[in-house]
Design a protein around this ligand. Structure first.
Ligand code: G6P
Length: 366
């Protein structure tokens, strides 16, 4: 009821603003990186596996897509991410030495549970879940688990569950890296320090809300939007597009920026806002030239730029500068303005933010 909402108008907005607390809780008690964070017997399993197969649906699938970049870059372990409903019905090549990782807010999504059972039926017994509900079927069915502490999520569009999943998946990356001899003590200490700083960093990103509201005023009367990202921010672009679709009913698509010229550039006009997730990483220069391609066709750019990047607002280019540069954990921060953009755009369009049409919080039947 209204009392629980406090100063917020919707659960989604409240849940977006709860993220510093949710991440803090999810990381509580994590003193060091160790496989034991995932349960008894994790060391033996982590030592034994030679690859990772992530299975999930919806927003949880996008946290898996982000984790693939971490797992391959930091833990040096080959990783596949697959939509659960696809995996369960296709013929695939099973590998008993794979770590099967399911990701689920509810722990009850029918397709994800069925995909897990399918993997097991193919002889893959090393199972782990990153899940927000400790009493769920998913946690019961998997050997290992990391329970995220987002708390109950009511808004159908997932927000705090996503960022806490990323926190759990980053810990999984570090633990696998450690067991595989890919993590020095200095690196471990630095990663833990960066993780502990996340609640403060998230708070600073949430303070950008007024700037995001001014973007949302432009988006409210559009019917299409394009989201571009590169590398580990491509899944963040996908999640930003999904959020906008789900609650504002604006058609949104995400593309890896390098694919722009292979199709979506044909759609760009002054009626098509293009959101660019542009952290100051090795791919920034390439992204800048993708942005020029959009501007040259009259497209309007909405750029999430890092604190120290040199992109400035100009005619047709709207820049929101992130408070700090965050390196590997940057996806957790960049998704927040995109959540707020979807929320405020939906608010301006007067849609039912917490209960979007045709969607359910948890899809427990196929
Ligand atoms: C539904 C929800 C999404 C969620 C997805 C997967 O589509 O509306 O927000 O991401 O299910 O749910 P899960 O509980 O498995 O994460």
């Amino acid at each position: 009821g209204a009392a629980e909402l406090g100063p917020y108008r919707h659960y989604m907005q409240k849940e977006i603003f709860e993220q510093p607390r949710a991440i803090g809780d999810t990381l509580q008690g994590v003193e060091s990186v160790t496989p034991e964070l995932f349960g008894d017997g994790a060391y033996r399993i982590f030592k034994d596996v030679d690859s990772v197969l992530i299975l999930a649906c919806g927003t949880s699938y996008y946290s898996g897509c982000t984790a693939k970049y971490w797992l391959e870059a930091i833990a040096k372990i080959p990783t596949q991410v697959e939509i659960a409903s696809e995996y369960r019905y296709r013929e695939s090549v099973p590998n008993p030495k794979t770590l099967v990782v399911t990701i689920s807010q509810s722990g009850e999504t029918a397709d994800t549970l069925a995909a897990l059972k399918h993997a097991r039926s193919l002889g893959m017994e090393n199972t782990l879940t990153v899940c927000n509900v400790s009493t769920s079927a998913m946690v019961r069915e998997c050997k290992l688990a990391y329970i995220t502490r987002a708390g109950v999520e009511i808004g159908v569009a997932s927000t705090k569950a996503f960022t806490t999943q990323l926190a759990g998946l980053f810990l999984l990356t570090l633990s696998l890296a450690q067991v595989r001899g890919k993590l020095t003590e200095t690196q471990e200490a630095q990663h833990l320090k960066d993780m502990r700083h996340l609640p403060t960093a998230l708070q600073a990103v949430l303070a950008l809300e007024p700037q995001v509201i001014s973007w949302a005023e432009d988006f409210a009367n559009k019917e299409n939007a394009l989201f571009l990202g590169r590398g580990m921010h491509y899944p963040i672009a996908l999640e930003g597009a999904l959020k906008l679709k789900e609650i504002s009913y604006i058609h949104a698509e995400a593309y890896p920026a390098g694919e722009l010229k292979h199709g979506p550039l044909a759609l760009v006009t002054s009626e098509m806002p293009v959101v660019t997730v542009a952290p100051n990483d090795a791919l920034l220069e390439k992204l800048k030239s993708n942005m020029q391609e959009v501007r040259a066709r009259g497209g309007l750019l909405y750029v999430l730029a890092d604190a120290d990047s040199k992109i400035e607002s100009s005619e047709g280019v709207h820049v929101i500068r992130m408070p700090e540069h965050y390196g590997t954990l940057s996806p957790l921060l960049h998704v927040v303005p995109l959540q707020l953009l979807a929320y405020h755009t939906a608010l301006a369009r007067g849609t039912d933010v917490d209960k979007p049409r045709n969607l359910a919080k948890s899809v427990t039947v196929e």
